[in-house]
Ligand binder design. Structure first.
Ligand code: NAP
Ligand code: MN
Length: 269
C-alpha cells in the first residue's frame, strides 16, 4: 500500500501529516509521490480540490481520503483525532482497497478559444463570469438554442459540488450516485427585454451544454478553486466526464448525513 499526503499548510494540518507518516511507517505503508494508491488530504474541502488537481492525470489508480482540521467537510470527513483509526483501516484494507471505493462523477469542459481546444475536469464546478461587465452568452443544450443569458455568470457543477457554490446559487443538492451536471445561474438579468429560465437545469450523462459568449468579451473561467481570465473564448462545452474520481470509504458516512451535519446541525428542534 503506497500513500501520499497533501495538507493545507497550517500548523495543525502539518503536525497531523507528521503523525500520519509515523503511523504509516509502523504499519508497513510506503510513502510514494509518483504512484500512490491512496492520497490523504488534510485540511478542508479546498485542500481536497487541490489534491484532486495535483493527481488528476492518475484518477483511475488513486483513491482519495480527507481529514478535516477546521469544520466537517464534504470531501474531508475524518476528524483529526481519528487519524490512528484511519491509519489502521488503511493498513488493514491494503490490497482489498477496491471494496472500499466509491466513485463520484466529474464535469468535463472543452474550452474553445482562438488558440485551440483545451479540456478540463472539475470536481466541484466550473463557472464562466463576465470579467468587468455583464456576461452575455448564448446557451445551447444538445446543439439546440436554449436562451440568451445576461447576468454575472453561469455555474456548472457536479453532484458532489452541488453542496458548494451551486448551493449558494439556490441550486439543488444532488446525490453523487446520479451521473449528472447542474447548470445554475449567477444573478441573471430578467425584465421585459431579457429572459432566462431562472431555475437550475440538471442534465444527464450524454447531454451537453454549450456557452457561447458574445464576441471578444473579457471573461473569467474558474475550474474549482482556479481562475483564468480570457478574452478569446469562442465556446465552453460541458458534459458529465467519462472519468470519475474515487474516494476510499473506510467507514460509511452517507451523503445525506453529511448534508445534515454540515447545513442543518443538531441544534434544530
Ligand atoms: P473557499 O473560499 O475556502 O471555499 C468556500 C467554501 O466552500 C469553504 O467553506 C469550503 O470548505 C467549501 N466547499 C468547497 N467544496 C465544497 C463542497 N464540495 N461541498 C460543500 N462545501 C464545499 O475556497 P476553496 O476552499 O478554494 O474552495 C473553492 C470552492 O469554493 C469552489 O469550488 C466553489 O465551490 C466555492 N465557492 C463558493 C462560493 C459561494 O458559495 N458564494 C463562491 C466562490 C467559490 P473548506 O473551508 O473546508 O475549504
Ligand atoms: Mn477553503
Amino acid at each position: 500500500m503506497k500513500y501520499f499526503v497533501l495538507d493545507r499548510g497550517d500548523s495543525l494540518s502539518r503536525s497531523l501529516t507528521g503523525q500520519f507518516h509515523a503511523l504509516a511507517a509502523s504499519r508497513g505503508m510506503q510513502l510514494s509521490e509518483d504512484e500512490p494508491d491512496v492520497v490523504l488530504s488534510i485540511g478542508g474541502d479546498g485542500t481536497m480540490l487541490h489534491a484532486f488537481h495535483v493527481f488528476k492525470e492518475r484518477l483511475d489508480s488513486i483513491a482519495f481520503v480527507g481529514i478535516h482540521t477546521g469544520h466537517l467537510g464534504f470531501f474531508a470527513d475524518w476528524k483529526a483525532d481519528e487519524i490512528e483509526r484511519l491509519a489502521n483501516l488503511m493498513a488493514e484494507s491494503g490490497s482489498r482497497l477496491q471494496d472500499k471505493i466509491v466513485k463520484y462523477p466529474l464535469v468535463k469542459i472543452e474550452l474553445t478559444t482562438s488558440f485551440g481546444v483545451e479540456t478540463f475536469l472539475a470536481l466541484n464546478e466550473f463557472t464562466l463570469k463576465g470579467a468587468d461587465a455583464t456576461l452575455v452568452a448564448q446557451l445551447n443544450i444538445n446543439d439546440s438554442p436554449f436562451e440568451m443569458f445576461r447576468g454575472d455568470g453561469i455555474c456548472i457543477s457536479t453532484p458532489s459540488g452541488s453542496t458548494a457554490y451551486n448551493k449558494s446559487l439556490g441550486g439543488a443538492l444532488i446525490h453523487p450516485s446520479l451521473e449528472a451536471i447542474q447548470i445554475a445561474e449567477i444573478a441573471s438579468i430578467n425584465n421585459r427585454v431579457y429572459r432566462t429560465i431562472g431555475s437550475s437545469l440538471i442534465l444527464p450523462k450524454h447531454h451537453h451544454c454549450d456557452i457561447v459568449p458574445k464576441k471578444e468579451q473579457k471573461v473569467v473561467l474558474t475550474v474549482d478553486h482556479l481562475a483564468v481570465p480570457h478574452t478569446s473564448v469562442l465556446n465552453v462545452r460541458s458534459m458529465v466526464a467519462e472519468r470519475k474520481v474515487s474516494f476510499a470509504r473506510y467507514r460509511p458516512f452517507p451523503f445525506w448525513n453529511r448534508v445534515r451535519e454540515a447545513f442543518v446541525g443538531d441544534d434544530v428542534k
